[in-house]
Design a protein around this ligand. Structure first.
Ligand code: UN1
Length: 478
């Protein structure tokens, strides 16, 4: 079935805007996946104005009541999970199973944040003055801006919005241009759950027309962004100049170290899951692998066996195990990096520097020159660069020799090595015998170095810290 969805802006509690832009299904280029409006300065102004008008009453709404709305939104989203997942596959290209998992994650994120409506919001201190009570509580920032990527088009908008909303902020979201529909479904769920008009708003459009002005608008107290490091650093500078907060989740070049004592089959499964799931299009994807000599051959044999079973294709086709690459630009980046690695002396044990439209087979490159872009740059595709290291210590150094520091993994059966790696790896998230991608929604998430602003973490109960500030109150009663 070919179905085309229609996304709209969501401003002041209403779906508005003519669908002028067409986004084709990456796996079925003759089909239009979604039509969406292209926002401009006036749309953005209307959204920020609506958010500013709605926020004071939302802040005064009792937190358990705010939570109840998020819990209801989770139920609305869950009730239409299948439709939302199918629209997500058509606009983004991932598999139905991945999309269904992502929608379930968005539901979980809303439930988790909803339940925080009942949580303590501060502390009580003994005062040094008699008859005095000292308390702290967290206050919302006001109106916050969210800029989200195409690779998790509903989970990321949900996991940024939910902590912002439960804390009493109003939100203006700019979703990625390639995937406008998923966020529109989130808006519909919040709206139907009874979220007051203006508390949550969406403006679709380009980075230049909507994203950039959103970061410059003095009414926006903070911006949370997930996307490229180059754009993230620009946003950070803009926000810092006007004394406002930014939260950045940017690139990764996540490595897994496979050492001699690992189980070669488990190591291959871990690397393949981190490298090929979501078509490698996650900031947490595995893209570098360092392997020690004693396990090299058995590990590579297992890895290429898994790679040869991958079926790239249309995510809605039951036979597909890996979805399409999201866009021509993204594919070109993948192919150029593979080409460059080949010229630098690499050999492919699976895949090639060619694709069938946006259907691309997984690539496993060995003997990759550590200076080749395939070994150093974020590729964002199902491409794994394998490099040899003589031992654990040099492998650990290689893992850490990157400007990025999001996730890092080791495959080992040695508790001593696992513990040392967890201690020494320069990454925000360490995975032992588990894929670098795939995160629990209730656990803090973030990176270091060029991967993250490394200040406020996303997800988990500390996610609300970015969206709040701490107020201290002294009350004298006599
Ligand atoms: C995951 O690995 O489960 O954009 C999530 C990204 C990350 C999220 C990764 N912010 O890929």
């Amino acid at each position: 079935m070919s179905a085309s969805a229609t996304a709209q802006h969501f401003i002041g509690g209403e779906f508005v805007g003519d669908a002028e832009r067409e986004r084709r299904n990456p796996a079925q280029p003759t089909q239009i996946a979604v039509r969406s409006p292209i926002g401009d300065a006036a749309d953005l102004d209307a959204a920020v104005t609506a958010a500013q008008a709605a926020q004071p009453a939302w802040r005064r709404t009792a937190a358990p009541q705010r939570g109840a709305i998020l819990l209801r939104a989770a139920e609305v989203l869950r009730s239409r999970a299948e439709t939302v997942a199918e629209d997500l596959v058509r606009e983004e290209g991932k598999t139905r199973a991945e999309a269904t998992g992502e929608v379930a994650r968005a539901v979980g994120v809303l439930q988790f944040a909803g339940s925080l409506g009942w949580a303590s919001n501060g502390s009580t201190y003994p005062s040094s003055l008699p008859g005095t009570t000292v308390t702290t509580r967290r206050e919302p920032l006001g109106v916050v801006g969210l800029i989200t990527p195409w690779n998790f088009p509903i989970a990321i908008p949900a996991w940024k919005s939910a902590p912002a909303l439960i804390s009493g902020n109003a939100v203006v979201l700019k979703p990625a241009e390639l995937t406008p529909m998923s966020a529109t479904h989130l808006a519909a769920a919040l709206h139907e759950a009874g979220l007051p008009a203006g508390v949550f708003n969406i403006v679709h459009g380009t980075g230049a027309e909507v994203g950039e002005p959103l970061t410059r608008d003095p009414r926006i107290a903070a911006v949370s962004f997930t996307g490229s490091t180059a754009v993230g650093r620009r946003i950070e500078r803009t926000l810092r100049e006007r004394g406002a907060r930014s939260q950045l989740e940017m690139g990764g070049k996540n490595a897994v170290l496979v050492v001699d004592d690992a189980d070669p089959r488990l190591a291959a499964q871990v690397v393949a899951a981190g490298g090929f799931s979501l078509t490698g299009q996650a900031c947490t994807a595995t893209s570098r692998v360092y392997v020690t000599p004693g396990i090299r051959e058995s590990f590579l044999a297992e890895l290429s066996a898994i790679a040869s079973q991958v079926v790239p294709g249309d995510g809605l086709d039951a036979a597909t195990t890996m979805g399409a690459v999201v866009s021509d630009e993204q594919l070109a980046k993948n192919l150029a990096a593979v080409d460059a690695a080949l010229s630098d002396g690499a050999r492919l044990i699976h895949g090639s520097a060619e694709a069938d439209g946006l259907r691309f087979s997984p690539v496993v490159a060995v003997d990759v020159d550590p200076g080749s872009p395939l070994a150093t740059d974020e590729i964002f595709g199902p491409v794994i660069a394998v490099m040899d290291v003589p031992d654990y210590a040099s492998g650990l150094r290689a893992v850490n020799d990157s400007p990025y520091g999001l996730t890092a993994g080791i495959c080992t059966t040695s508790l001593a090595l696992a513990t040392d790696f967890a201690d020494q790896a320069a990454a925000g998230i360490v995975k032992v015998n588990r894929p670098t991608s795939g995160l629990d929604l209730h656990v803090p998430f973030g990176g270091i170095k060029d991967s993250s602003s490394n200040t406020f973490r996303e997800q988990g109960h500390t996610a609300t810290q970015f969206y709040t500030w701490e107020k201290t109150t002294y009350i004298g009663v006599d």
